[in-house]
Design a protein around this ligand. Structure first.
Ligand SMILES: [Zn+2]
Length: 90
């Protein structure tokens, strides 16, 4: 199968980052539409890194390093949340 590492990383971190963000801003919207918007924005700001794997989609530290580090992924998601919350599409 072909996977895009940033996509897997964003999916696996999205809920954690949203939880943290919601601690400070409890009124953020977490509906399906906003989650999709956040994912799309975050992914557009991260490098694309397609790989072929037959080992599933487990994200290891090495994988994070290939795409700039876990901190960068979290920063991209946080920036995306801020943008989406300022400009709700529904
Ligand atoms: Zn929403």
């Amino acid at each position: 199968m072909i996977i895009n590492y940033p996509e897997v990383a964003v999916k696996s971190l999205l809920d954690d980052v949203l939880d943290n963000y919601a601690n400070k801003y409890p009124d953020i919207c977490r509906c399906e539409r906003c989650r999709d918007d956040i994912m799309a924005l975050a992914l557009n700001s991260l490098p694309v890194k397609y790989v072929v794997t037959d080992q599933g989609t487990i994200i290891t530290r090495t994988v994070y390093e290939l795409i700039g580090g876990k901190v960068q992924v979290i920063a991209a998601i946080t920036a995306a949340i801020q943008k989406v919350q300022k400009n709700l599409k529904h």
